[in-house]
Design a binder for this molecule. Structure first.
Ligand code: FES
Ligand SMILES: [Fe+2]
Length: 432
């Protein structure tokens, strides 16, 4: 539960220099990046796993991977292994990925399986119904005092939100709706829950997970390292949301004239998603949901990055591309226009992130300032820093005076759908 002051009741502060943290929380334009130990220390990563991933809501993947009753999947999440199961009632449930006999994993993390009726342990063949209750424990039928009802899988708090699954292993994070407050209207038109996953890349990046999110939050670097992206989308187009109500951040960018989508030649093999208005057909909307999900909303597809910290200097990334089912049928659909574009761009980003990590590992490294094009980085850094200080992670507001552009907000721009003039009237950086 969260107190009214936003203080988490049992949240000790992170093992990070408090003076440096205060610098990170200063107003935009005066703040500094997080101190080096935030990116290099095992103690900080342990703290983050416990407080951000175990005690908070974090993303366990898209629900397209669990499209039918009986679909099962295991994921590493914070310090927990989580088993996701879609039940006969259509609901996705999350369980601790540990058998109630002698705790064998039910599935290896990262693996999926299908069984329409039960979950089976591969060690001594205990089995569980899709709702987690114990179905069969061989040899225990006549065991004195054995209570079947007391040996179901350990169920975890789980929410399926617009086709994305979020889990809170500790059960103490509070209401999920507060985590994403104000964001649903931006995501809903893309109908992620009905999309079909047709592209998948796994990466292991030699950088701290936060370096990847920070990199996603700005396009200050785009003219330097992303020629393909800049050909498709002007790097200083669009605008970041100045004041998200929950633990998220968002910025959009325009497509250049002649580009249907983000692809190497500007062409798309899919059609615009059916729920989008004229404005959304000409932008890409980049969303971070704290701590570990990046959602890139294109006119004709949705791309997700789910980040899993492996070590202070190592992050596993699952990048997936999701298309309208009427386009992405089993026959002949080729997702490479989207996958190839972003694989090129992802690798450019990972290379930069790995070089940042090497610099951060230098004992002489100092936290740097943020440019006016890095307001999205400021929002993420202040989410992390407020969490480190023991509060609910929340982005600090970016004051209008500090932003590059006039008073037009993302929400207002999106409300004024169809107006290319709105897009042209703003020039703040989005993402890269
Ligand atoms: S550990 Fe699962 S059946 Fe023994
Ligand atoms: Fe980039």
């Amino acid at each position: 539960m969260i107190s009214q002051t936003g203080q988490r009741p049992d949240a000790g502060a992170a093992p990070v220099d408090p003076e440096a943290l205060a610098q990170s929380l200063r107003p935009f334009g005066e703040s500094r990046m997080l101190p080096g130990e935030a990116y290099t220390s095992h103690a900080v990563l342990d703290w983050e796993r416990r407080h951000f991933f175990d005690e908070g809501w974090s993303c366990a993947g898209v629900s397209a991977l669990l499209s039918s009753p009986g679909d099962q999947r295991a994921e590493a999440l914070g310090s927990a292994g989580v088993l996701l199961v879609r039940g006969g009632d259509g609901a996705v449930r999350a369980f601790a990925n540990a058998c109630r006999h002698r705790n064998h994993e039910l599935l290896p993390c990262g693996a999926g399986g299908v069984n329409r009726s039960f979950v089976s342990c591969p060690y001594h063949a205990w089995s569980y119904r899709l709702d987690g209750s114990l179905r069969r424990a061989p040899g225990f039928d006549d065991a004195a005092g054995f209570d079947t009802s007391a040996h179901g899988l350990v169920e975890l708090a789980c929410v399926e939100w617009h086709g994305i699954v979020f889990v809170n292993p500790s059960g103490t994070a509070g209401d999920f709706s507060a985590h994403v407050a104000g964001l649903a209207d931006h995501v809903a038109p893309y109908e992620i829950a009905r999309l079909a996953t047709r592209g998948h890349h796994g990466y292991v990046v030699g950088a701290n997970w936060k370096v990847l999110v920070e990199n996603y939050q700005e396009c200050y670097h785009c003219p330097v390292i992303h020629p393909e992206l800049c050909a498709a989308s002007p790097p200083r187009s669009g605008k970041n949301h100045p004041d998200p109500a929950g633990a998220w951040a968002e910025g959009w960018m325009e497509l250049r004239e002649g580009f249907e989508t983000m692809s190497l030649d500007g062409r798309s093999s899919a059609s615009p998603l059916r729920g989008l208005d004229g404005f959304r057909r000409r932008i890409v909307d980049y969303v971070v949901i704290f701590p570990n999900l990046l959602v890139s909303l294109h006119p004709d597809y949705v791309m997700t990055h789910v980040l899993t910290p492996v070590a202070p200097d190592r992050t596993r990334v699952v990048c997936e591309w999701h298309f309208a089912p009427e386009d992405a049928g089993p026959d002949g659909f080729d997702p490479s226009f989207a996958v190839d574009f972003w694989d090129v761009t992802n690798r450019q980003d990972w290379s930069a992130c790995e070089a940042v990590q090497r610099g951060l590992s230098n004992p002489l490294a100092l936290p740097g300032p943020l440019s006016r094009e890095e307001d999205g980085v400021y929002q993420f850094v202040t989410m992390v820093a407020s969490g480190y200080a023991g509060r609910t992670p929340q982005p600090a507001r970016v004051s209008a005076a500090r932003r590059l552009t006039g008073p037009q907000t993302t929400a207002a721009a999106l409300a004024g759908a169809g107006s290319a003039a709105v897009a042209r009237a703003t020039s703040d950086a989005g993402k890269g």
